[in-house]
Write a protein that binds this ligand. Structure first.
Ligand SMILES: C[S@@+](CC[C@H](N)C(=O)[O-])C[C@H]1O[C@@H](n2cnc3c(N)ncnc32)[C@H](O)[C@@H]1O
Length: 266
């Protein structure tokens, strides 16, 4: 039987291969990012407001564009990610852009072995918890790294979205809303560039909203809001219609595409 370490290693290798491709993809718009454009979406900008002078821990930061976008808004940022390539590029971008973020390569479950300071804000977004088999250790890390009065904000694809197998055409309803069993997918290309030739091998897990909320409240965190949105800022799924910049919808809007969640530590 394969264990979590095996799944994390396969995923880490896939993410390592993606970094260079994503960095030059249309989706990540590196040139305009380097010239000062933010990679953040309005959901997180509005939710966190003025971050000037606040400390911010970014979980699963990929190659750091969002972390560095928060730095440009005045936050003192630390980004973590399991991918060595991602962290290496994030560090390079940080120095090229003369910013002051720190980056640490580690599994989100192991953050407390690497970081002992506390933060005003913990942030994670778009494509993160699906890489984690269990949300309890994730929620423990969030609660333990927040200052009293601190805020955790996440923007994430809705669990309903992950019930479909998009390798089928048309996508097929295949996976459980709360599926404990691991899901394995192997395909060529990535969400940021379906034409590239890398083979993505990935292990993932579906977490329903009840599981997300219960993991966080069990750690003593208090829910400020949970919102479900019919639109997505990314065209990560097939057959979405672009209605404006950074806004994609399904044809019939039968189910939400993302959720946003804001939580505080008393
Ligand atoms: C979809 S990306 C994050 C999205 C981010 N908003 C972006 O597009 O820049 C998911 C990230 O999670 C990281 N990741 C996956 N499993 C992880 C784990 N167990 N611990 C830490 N990072 C992990 C991957 O390396 C990847 O960089």
């Amino acid at each position: 039987m394969k264990d979590n370490q095996y799944y994390f290693d396969v995923n880490r290798k896939t993410w390592n291969k993606r970094v260079a491709l994503h960095a030059k993809s249309d989706m990540y718009k590196m040139d305009s990012f380097k010239k000062g454009a933010t990679s953040l979406m309005h959901y997180e900008i509005e939710a966190l407001g003025d971050v000037q002078g606040k400390s911010l821990l970014h979980l699963q930061c990929h190659f750091g564009q969002d972390t560095l976008s928060w730095s440009r808004r005045g936050a003192k940022c630390t980004g973590i990610d399991i991918s060595e390539e991602g962290i290496q590029l994030a560090i390079q971008l940080n120095s090229e852009l003369n910013l002051d973020a720190e980056f640490i390569c580690c599994n989100v479950y192991d953050v407390n072995n690497f970081i002992d300071k506390k933060f005003d804000i913990v942030f994670t977004s778009y494509g993160t918890i699906g890489w984690l088999p269990n949300l309890k250790p994730w929620a423990k890390v969030i609660a333990s790294r927040l200052n009293s009065g601190g805020v955790f904000f996440m923007a994430e694809f809705h669990p309903i979205v992950w019930m479909f197998d998009y390798l089928e055409k048309p996508p097929k309803l295949r996976y459980g809303y709360n599926q404990e069993e691991v899901i394995y997918e192997e395909y060529s290309g990535t969400y940021a560039d379906s034409e590239n030739e890398i083979i993505s091998k990935e292990y993932g897990w579906n977490h329903g909203l009840g599981e997300v909320i219960s993991a966080l409240t069990k750690e003593g965190l208090v829910i400020e809001y949970l919102k479900e949105h019919d639109e997505s800022p990314y065209q990560v799924l097939p057959d979405l219609t672009k209605v404006e910049a950074n806004k994609y919808v399904t044809k019939d809007k039968l189910y939400p595409l993302i959720f946003t969640l804001k939580v505080t530590k008393p």
